[in-house]
Structure formats: C-alpha cells, structure tokens
Design a protein around this ligand. Structure first.
Ligand code: SAM
Length: 289
C-alpha cells in the first residue's frame, strides 16, 4: 500500500533517527540548519528576557533550552518525545547547573504536558514538519501560549516533487517528506488562530548544513573503517545518497529553510500591539520569504 506512513511509524522513526549517535556526529547538539546562531536569532525575535516562561517543543538535545536559559535568564520547559534525548537533555541541564531554570519533560507535541496559557513564548525548531498531525501540534502551541504571547517556528520548506529517496517514513522523520512550502507554514499557523508577524528565508543555512554533513560523513566513514564507530551495514552509503539528493534539491530551490514568528491575539481591550513584520525583519539577519 502507498500513501502517508502511519503516525506511530513516523514518530518511532523520527525519535530513532535523532537519538542515533550518527545524528549527533553529523549535526552536533543543535539538530537544525543554522545551529546556535539561528536559535539565538529566534529567541531575540520572540523577545525572551529574564523571567520569561519559554516552552521548547520537540527540544532534541535541549541545546536551545540551555542557550535560552544562559543567554536570557528565562525559565524553560523542554518537551521531547525520545526517551534517549530526554535523558541526554536532563544530563546536560544538570551538568550546566541550570536545573532550577530548565525542566525537561518527556511528552508529545500533539498533547503537551503543560497548562493552558502558561507560556510567554513557544518555540519549535525543525520539528513541525516531522509531526504526523502538524495542525494538532499548532493547536497545542496556541493552547499553551498566553494571549499576546509569541510562537517561533523554523522549518524545512519544500516546493514541488522530490525523488523517491526523499519520501516515506525515514524522509518524513528527517524533515523532508513532510515539509511544506513557505505559504503552507503561514497557513497552518493562521488556521490555528495565530497572526504571523514575521517570516524569513534561511535557505543559506540549509545549504551550509548540507556541506557540513557531507564533510562529517567522510569523517564518520573513516572512524568506521578504523573501528571507532559501529553502524549498521550500509548506513553511511545510504546517508550519502540521501544527502546528494538533498543538496541537488537545495541548489534548485525545491528545499529550503524558513522562520516564522506568530502572535496569539491578546483579545479585545488587552491594549497590546502585535509586533510588525518590519520590526521583526529589522532585528534579524534573515531575508523575507
Ligand atoms: C530535527 S529534530 C529537532 C530537535 C530540536 N528542536 C533542535 O532543533 O535541535 C526533531 C525532534 O523532534 C522530536 N519529535 C518528533 N516528533 C515528536 C513529537 N510528536 N513530540 C515531541 N517530540 C517529537 C524528535 O525526537 C527530534 O528530537
């Protein structure tokens, strides 16, 4: 049977990919294009400051949660579905001495284990496109945001058809098959009741990550040959093939990376103005999508 892979299959595949040691070797702690620099930019755009209550949905290794706590003195709840990544994030938080500021919870983005209107800012980096039901995840982001709070999304963008190597459950979990065109993310956020106040094109970050992964795959191959890394047979070869198709798709504009900031309406009489798209663009290095 063809068609969309089942939700449970996508989730299992996604958590397995990002919990795999090869993912840490290839991507580092920040499991998204742009790395720490783009996360810093997103936290700036969200206006995170000391005392802000921030939620990081699908937080991976907890790298952005730690960055937010260190840089802005905010309180962060990091939600992640993979038990291995939750354990890694918890260990990193303790090692950093930030257990009083950063809480790591195992949980599903489609049923967030936190109260309604409890967050000033919610971020979700490179993960919305991996969820089986992104509209349910957006509804959850909206539920947990306080009125007037901001959601920040960065994600893979896609236009047109991709080769067979970039479809199916693995490609969906790797942020490719489920990626939307830029206007698709805007529509998803607006359908959830958010007002999009900023959007930027970060395709250069996707291209740079592909180059870096290419170089690190060569290093992984060498480590494997020297017996310092054990991977299932053919893993590096398959990764190379996928990467070749990803780089071709980035080069011709079928794949890219985008950033969106969206506000939960404050409601009548709340007296707070939404940040304008121009003010968002003025604070960031990105290009308008
Ligand atoms: C590309 S990684 C991004 C991780 C992190 N946001 C970052 O940018 O470093 C996608 C993450 O989403 C997590 N994930 C996938 N589906 C999820 C779900 N339904 N609920 C919570 N986390 C999920 C995966 O385990 C993985 O850590």
């Amino acid at each position: 049977m063809t068609g969309e892979p089942a939700a449970a299959e996508v989730l299992a595949c996604c958590t397995a990919i990002y919990s795999h040691p090869l993912a840490r070797i290839l991507l580092g702690d920040f499991l998204h294009p742009g790395g720490a620099a783009l996360s810093r930019c997103l936290l700036e755009l969200l206006g995170v400051r000391a005392g802000s209550r921030v939620l990081d949905v699908a937080a991976g290794t907890g790298a952005t949660a730690l960055l937010a706590a260190r840089q802005h003195g905010c309180h962060v709840i990091a939600i992640e579905q993979s038990a291995e990544l939750v354990a890694a994030a918890q260990a990193a938080v303790e090692a950093a001495g930030l257990a009083g500021q950063v809480e790591v919870l195992r949980g599903d983005a489609e049923a967030l284990p936190v109260g309604s209107a409890s967050a000033d800012a919610v971020l979700c980096e490179c993960a919305l496109c991996t969820f089986a039901r992104p509209e349910v995840a957006v509804a959850e982001l909206v539920r947990v945001l306080r009125p007037g709070g901001l959601a920040g999304i960065t994600d893979v963008t896609r236009r047109g058809e991709l080769p067979a190597s970039l479809s199916g459950a693995v490609a969906r979990a790797a942020c490719l098959a489920g990626a939307l065109p830029p206007e698709g993310y805007r529509a998803l956020l607006e359908a959830g009741g958010l007002a999009v106040v900023g959007e930027e094109d970060h395709r250069a970050a996707a291209a740079a990550l592909a180059v870096s992964v290419h170089d690190k795959l060569a290093a992984a191959e060498l480590l494997e040959r020297l017996g310092h890394l054990r991977l299932p047979d053919g893993t590096v070869g398959r990764a190379r093939e996928v990467l070749r198709d990803v780089r071709a798709a980035i080069a011709d504009g079928r794949l890219g990376y985008g950033l969106w900031v969206a506000e939960k309406p404050a409601g009548p009489g709340a007296g707070r103005q939404a940040a304008s798209t121009a003010s968002i663009a003025g604070r960031s290095a990105g290009v308008r999508l």
